[in-house]
Write a protein that binds this ligand. Structure first.
Ligand code: C2E
Ligand code: MG
Ligand code: MG
Length: 266
């Protein structure tokens, strides 16, 4: 009975998802990313939200996998990219200090033909310089077919587009490939950050990731920072950037801009 319920829910979501774009049910929220050097907001991660009139809020953790399996992620992902890039361009034009925008890229998108050209076209149309965009890839994107991944990363890098590895430490990264990946950031997975205060192993892992990144000349960002003591540990270890509820939840664009204004007054 439980299996039946689950597949019914899946089918319901898949059908509803087919109309979500045309019915304008998607919205991007933005979560600030702060530099630990000066405390300034230097970027924002764009996180997709789906408002369905009857289903209520559906978590991306639930609907993104369905969008991936059904292929709809290509159209949805393109909408995300266009919307986030247009937003970053508005911030560049109107804000005193421009910030970059980080966009999550699904494995399906990463493997699509001519991805670098597609991304470039979106940037050109919006008039956003490529260094203001960062693509967040997961370890599995890169590791499933590492040689092909290296080629795509090289092309993105050559065009000036930055990349980060999301949820770092949870997959099976081969360190010898990692060396060849042209990423500018490792994103320490929130599961390690969550347990920093209670668990010596998590502390050891986070320290090791930061040391590894530093020696490779790659920056680190910790996600899911919720407490002052997590922040203190990350600062002590030399983590470059932080993101999490301790600073702000992901916010709709208007609230994000209010947060930015309040930051400047401090
Ligand atoms: P992610 O990219 O690793 O994003 C981090 C998730 O952690 C987000 O969940 C964010 O809201 C949440 N988070 C941030 N700070 C904290 C914190 O301090 N504590 C806790 N407990 N959580 C925090 P969200 O927005 O539900 O997204 C879940 C996942 O869905 C994302 O993980 C990402 O893999 C995927 N996703 C979201 N938007 C997109 C998108 O536009 N495209 C694709 N392909 N995937 C997306
Ligand atoms: Mg992410
Ligand atoms: Mg993550």
């Amino acid at each position: 009975a439980e299996m039946q319920q689950r597949s019914a829910r899946r089918l319901l979501l898949e059908n509803a998802l087919r109309h979500a774009l045309e019915r304008d049910q998607f919205e991007l929220y933005y979560q600030p990313q702060l530099s630990l050097q000066d405390g300034h907001v230097v970027g924002a991660e764009a996180l997709l939200r789906w408002h369905h009139p009857e289903l209520g809020p559906v978590s991306p953790a639930e609907f993104i996998p369905i969008a991936e399996e059904s292929g709809m992620i290509l159209a949805i992902g393109e909408w995300v990219l266009r919307t986030a890039v247009a937003q970053a361009k508005r911030w560049m034009d109107h804000a005193a200090a421009p910030i970059s925008v980080a966009v999550n890229l699904s494995a399906v998108q990463f493997r699509q033909a001519r991805l670098p050209e597609r991304v470039m076209q979106i940037l050109d149309q919006a008039g956003l310089p490529p260094e203001f965009l960062e693509l967040e890839l997961t370890e599995s994107v890169a590791m499933d077919a590492p040689l092909a991944a290296i080629e795509v990363m090289d092309e993105l890098h050559a065009r000036g587009i930055r990349m980060a590895i999301d949820d770092f430490g949870t997959g099976y990264s081969s360190l010898s490939y990692l060396r060849k990946f042209k990423v500018s950031k490792l994103k320490v997975d929130q599961s390690f950050v969550r347990d920093l205060s209670e668990d010596a192993e998590s502390r050891a892992i986070v320290t090791a990731i930061i040391t590894l990144a530093t020696s490779m000349g790659v920056k680190t960002i910790a996600e899911g920072v919720e407490t002052a003591s997590q922040l203190a540990f990350l600062r002590l270890q030399g983590c470059d950037l932080v993101q999490g509820y301790y600073f702000s939840k992901p916010l709709p664009v208007g609230q994000f801009e209010a947060y930015m204004r309040a930051q400047k007054q401090n």
